[in-house]
Write a protein that binds this ligand. Structure first.
Ligand SMILES: Cc1cc2nc3c(=O)[nH]c(=O)nc-3n(C[C@H](O)[C@H](O)[C@H](O)COP(=O)(O)OP(=O)(O)OC[C@H]3O[C@@H](n4cnc5c(N)ncnc54)[C@H](O)[C@@H]3O)c2cc1C
Length: 364
């Protein structure tokens, strides 16, 4: 079997790439080792720029029916200082990942020129004279180009011999859905010792997505006992002790890390990497899904240009860097605040006093 493009990984990045390639009249094969619907460790909120891509793909109405909108972000420091901000434009959307990703996959499977194989892991990738050969658990397929969209650990980039590096102070994520937690229409962020807790309102009375982003030291002394660690850290914040008293788990606690690992390069010859495979921004900016959709779109544009003979090596890397720059800047600022409680207090007080600064920060 031969295609214009093989896409490994059918998360938001892979599905967006397949849908945009189809719009460009290309053939693509989209592979995922999982059978959908599958779970994904995530805080489940899509920021307004990601929501725009769903609109562009005519997916918004169906995605919105699965989820709940939110209008901004609120921050609370360890000593209870509080500041909140509404998005300057648009609104966010929170939806259970297994449902959202399944919707994207079904749309990709229905798109002209796209073949989808679920439950088929890519076992190896080789460059050939014509492009790439992907070996599967049974059989193989070839394509003129490849998009690696296989998530934060990207086995396909490993198979291509591309090294991956975690940040110097690695962070780890724990996520679960909770019931019995009152919320409004904001994502709430609570600074805790060694990280942050995010609560994102989901459809269903008192249902939220909860994500903890933590430094390694915060996971000690029980790194293996996820559920215990999750409740110990979440309830350690004074503002949450009472609020989470009656909360229960709606899903098991899932873990992932180290976060924000990045490959040494995200394009070379016939392949490009998109989404987390190309290097994630720390999830504290809450925009991994949006960036996966947007880099999936960018990868499809560059592959289409390359197949027309108009590709230029390095252009995807530059365009992707531009796209990520404001998010990386925001991640650096927020991480600095999360690690310095006194500074966080002062900055939150300033943002409260001057809300437009908060909006500008959120808008990147
Ligand atoms: C704790 C935590 C909280 C987060 N919270 C948020 C949030 O609130 N909002 C937000 O926008 N982002 C959040 N993120 C980030 C977000 O989840 C990711 O950025 C996003 O899922 C990236 O999408 P992707 O398509 O690149 O990869 P993924 O969604 O990871 O998809 C990759 C796919 O590749 C498949 N795959 C892997 N290996 C193979 C193989 N060998 N062969 C075939 N298929 C393969 C996998 O099965 C998977 O389906 C969070 C992340 C963490 C860890």
């Amino acid at each position: 079997m031969s295609f214009d493009c093989a896409i490994i990984g059918a998360g938001p990045a892979g599905c967006a790439a397949a849908l945009y390639l189809s719009r460009a009249g290309r053939t693509a094969v989209l592979l995922d080792r999982a059978t959908f619907p599958r779970r994904k460790t995530c805080g489940e909120g899509i920021m307004p720029e990601g929501v725009e891509v769903l609109r562009e793909l005519d997916l918004y109405a169906e995605a919105a029916a699965l989820g709940r909108t939110f209008r901004g972000v609120a921050w609370t420091t360890r000593d209870g200082r509080h500041a909140s901000c509404r998005f300057p434009a648009g609104e966010g959307l929170a939806a259970p990942r297994e449902e959202l990703d399944h919707l994207l996959l079904r749309r990709a499977a229905a798109a002209p020129g796209v073949r989808v194989f679920e439950g088929r892991a890519a076992r190896g990738v080789e460059r050939t004279a014509e492009g790439v050969r992907v070996s599967l658990d049974a059989g193989e397929l070839s394509a003129r180009r490849l998009i690696a969209a296989d998530g934060a650990s990207s086995p396909s980039l490993r198979a291509l011999g591309v090294p991956r590096r975690a940040p110097a102070r690695p962070r780890f994520g724990l996520a679960a859905r909770l019931k019995g937690v009152g919320t409004g229409d904001l994502v709430e962020v609570f600074l805790i010792d060694g990280g942050e807790l995010y609560l994102t309102p989901l459809p269903g009375e008192g249902r939220v997505a909860a994500a903890l982003l933590l430094e390694r030291r915060a996971l000690a002394p029980a790194p293996g006992v996820r559920e215990e660690t999750f409740w110990r850290l979440a309830r350690a914040h004074p503002a949450l002790r009472e609020r989470l008293r009656r909360a229960t788990l709606d899903t098991p606690v899932a873990g992932l890390g180290p976060l924000a690992a990045a490959p040494s390069r995200c394009e070379d010859g016939p392949w490009l990497a998109a989404g987390d495979a190309a290097g994630a921004v720390d999830p504290l900016v809450g925009d991994g899904i949006g960036l996966a959709l947007r880099t999936g779109r960018l990868a499809a544009e560059e592959i289409d240009a390359a197949l027309r003979g108009e590709g230029r090596h390095g252009r995807y890397t530059r365009r992707r860097r531009e796209l990520l720059r404001p998010k990386r800047r925001l991640a650096r600022c927020v991480l600095a605040l999360s690690r310095r409680p006194l500074l966080a207090r002062a900055v939150l007080a300033a943002l409260r006093a001057y809300p437009p600064a908060f909006s500008a920060l959120l808008a990147g």
